[in-house]
Every structure is written in structure tokens, then in C-alpha cells.
Design a protein around this ligand. Sequence first.
Ligand code: 13P
Ligand code: SF4
Length: 346
Amino acid sequence: DEDERTDRIEAAKRELGDDLVILGHNYQRREIVEHADFVGDSYQLSVEAANADAEYVVFGGVTFMAESADIITDDDQTVILPSMEASCPMAGMAEALQVDAAWAEITNAAPDAEIIPITYMNSYADLKAFCAEQGGAVCTSSNAHEVFEWAFDRGDKVLFLPDKHLGENTAHRLGMGDDIAEWDPWDPEGKSAEEVADSDIVLWDGYCQVHERFRVDHVERIRDEHPDAKVVVHPECRREVVEAADEAGSTATITRTVEDADPGETWAIGTEIHLTNHLQRWHPEVNVLPLCGEACMDCNAMRQIDPNYLTWVLEELVAGRERNVIEVAPREAELANVAMERMLEI
Ligand code: 13P
Ligand code: SF4
């Protein structure tokens, strides 16, 4: 039962002491975040990983986050993901080989332009490495606009991967909402190439299946049912949803919005349901509502980190066995680190 499991996790943590740090993304289940030393958004967790001294970094999150932690930690530190099944579908929507092929077409479409590729943190290490090689960088939802500005100081166009919604929302934030092309790799008529030539921001056709499900109807329904409610959403939501909301930002921004709310205020949250539930628990003085109550706002990838698996990897470490180690190949890690360091410097 949960009490027994809690005792076992805490006993393993005591045994491992300073050799262990547990990082938990805001979308993790309650039974994971309760045991984490740091809980935060993708950016905060990458900073925590970079600063961690512990020999073992156990990551409550998805594969691309654990890969990033491996890249950013020292060689003698080991990153462990409690379930190898925790893969973000969006990260899989831009495979480095496929992007490499598209890059040749995109650069041909605008031969005189300096194109800077920027990849969202939600991508695999080989794509981050590709971006580094082409003079680009990584960004997260909390710094996308700053990384875009950095890119436009260096080049004429940005290719943003994989999340078209974050790309579009960032373009609007920079006043470049009319300057967008969507890259369609299966476009037989070559229209994408024409659009690339005419636009400064080129978006890869990827999306988050959780955030894409939020609709303007959900915002309207909340405003009808709770006229005093304000709405905060994640920028992986569609453009029209972000426009209809009062605020938009990373999971850390959403968390801060509720933290800073006055007692009795009502906030509807448009993001993965576990964070909404945490915010309800952490801030009982604020009226926290899910923007959409449907169960589909649950991220399957994040859910793979079962507390039983956390117990297992910790007890195995106590027994001297390293399970589910995430290790990025050295050359790829070196390049991907360049792209991530660029973000951290920006
Ligand atoms: P942030 O925590 O950076 O806002 O990212 C959200 C997300 O979807 C991670 O998968
Ligand atoms: Fe990927 Fe979306 Fe899940 Fe984040 S919430 S891990 S982007 S599928």
C-alpha cells in the first residue's frame, strides 16, 4: 500500500543520502512529486541537473528530460529514469534524420538566407546536436521568445521544431505573427518551399497531443459558469486558446500565477491535469479549476513514471545495481550540450 511504499522510498533515500537527488517535473503524479528534492518546469529542472553534485540523478519526467540531464551533468554522474516507456510523443515528431533531409530543402528554398534552427527542449539529443552544428540553440517554453531574439540577431530566419503551437505563440509575442510558414515535408507541389522563401519563421508540424485538445469552447464555458474566473494556459496550446486566456506561460509561470493569486480568486488552468491537481492541493485558499475536466488532459508519457518503479530503481541503487540508466552517446552529448549551454547563457 502507499504507506509501505512511502516508507521504502524514504528508507532508500536515507541510505543513499547526498549520493542521490530526485527531480520531478510539474506533471508527475502526486506520489512522485512528494518524494522529489526539486519540482519544477523543464528549464528549472535542467538548471537543477546542471547544479547537482549527487552521483545519481533520478528523473521523474520523460526521456528527453533525462537525456538533457545526462548531457548537462558531469561524466561521473548517472541519470536514471524510473520507466523507459516515458517517451513524449511530441519529441518523436521531429526525428533528426528526417529534419536533416528537410534542412537541405529548406536551405535550398532560401539560398541567400541565414537560417537558425531552434529546437524546443522537448526533442531528442540527436536533434539538439543537429541544431548546435547548424549554429542554433535549444529553448524551453519559459525562454522561447528570448532564444528567438538571439537567433534573429544572428540570422534572417528561424526554423523552429517540433512544436508549431509554441512557435506560433512565440512569433505573436514578438509581433511576427504574420510572418510564419509551416513546413510540410509531404508537400508534392512545393508550396512549403515558396512560403519558406517569403517568411522569417518556419514551423515544423509537431504538437503536444495533450495541449492541442484545449479549445476556445473550454475557455468560453469556464467564463460562463464562473464569471469571476481568470484563465492561464500553457503556450503549447493552440494560438486561439492562448489569445482567449488571460495569461500563458510555462508550468513554472502557471505555478507562480496561482501562488501569487489573492485568497478567494478563481483560476482555470489549461495544462496537464496533474499540475492542476497539485495546484489545488498546494493552494487551498485559491479556487483552482481544470479548464477542461476531461480525463484526456492526462499525459500518458508522464504517467509512465509509476511510484512502484521509483521504489524499484531506488532500492536497486541501494543494492548497488544501476537500473534504467539514460546515457547519450559522447559525440552527440557534446554537441547537444553546446545547444543547451547557448540557451542557459541567453
Ligand atoms: P514546461 O515545464 O517547460 O512548461 O514544459 C511543459 C511540457 O510539456 C513538458 O513536457
Ligand atoms: Fe510531451 Fe505534451 Fe506530455 Fe509534455 S505534456 S511530455 S509535450 S506529450
